[in-house]
Ligand binder design. Structure first.
Ligand SMILES: [Zn+2]
Length: 170
């Protein structure tokens, strides 16, 4: 089932998600829907708050469904370590059509719980590292526009307000 993706302007995106305490069949179904929604939207990551689930949970697949090993579910994730710095262009499914450069660590070690309730730790770099950090921000209520200077951020917010008014923010 394709879920509606929440766009910027909805307060759920700016609230920190709660810890997931129960991993059951219902959550597994929901996570399946999150993958389906992410693939359909041509995204590489999707966090709970982006589908109105205010929980510490995200899914990602930087291969867009081509590599089974790249299909990752992170429940209650923790960033264990980061290394390096890299600037690259970034987008967000909650900000359709908005892209800009963001500086982030290059290598990330994450520990999380998987869909079977097992703890796992993994290290990623490149686009996967960027994705982990971007989605991890989402579950903490942080949006990528916070990386913009206050001036650029205000300009962008104004642009988005105009789009919302015109019904073009979808
Ligand atoms: Zn995003």
């Amino acid at each position: 089932m394709i879920l509606p993706i929440v766009k910027y302007g909805d307060p759920v995106l700016q609230n920190a998600g709660e810890d997931v305490n129960n991993i059951d069949g219902r959550l597994a179904d929901f996570i399946g829907n999150m993958f389906e929604t992410m693939y359909e939207a041509k995204g590489v990551g999707l966090a709970g708050p982006q589908v109105a689930l205010s929980k510490k949970l995200f899914v990602m697949d930087v291969s867009s469904g081509k590599e089974a090993k790249d299909r990752i579910v992170c429940i209650n994730p923790q960033i264990v370590e980061t290394k390096g710095k890299v600037i690259s262009e970034e987008g967000c499914l909650s900000f359709p059509g908005i892209y800009f450069e963001v500086e982030r660590p290059e290598i990330v070690t994450v520990s999380a719980i998987d869909i079977n309730g097992k703890e796992f730790t993994f290290e990623v770099n490149g686009i996967a590292a960027r994705c982990v950090l971007h989605e991890n921000d989402h579950i903490n209520g942080k949006l990528f526009i916070e990386f913009l200077s206050p001036l650029k951020r205000d300009l962008l917010k104004r642009r988005i307000k105009k789009k919302i008014k015109l019904g073009e923010w979808e």
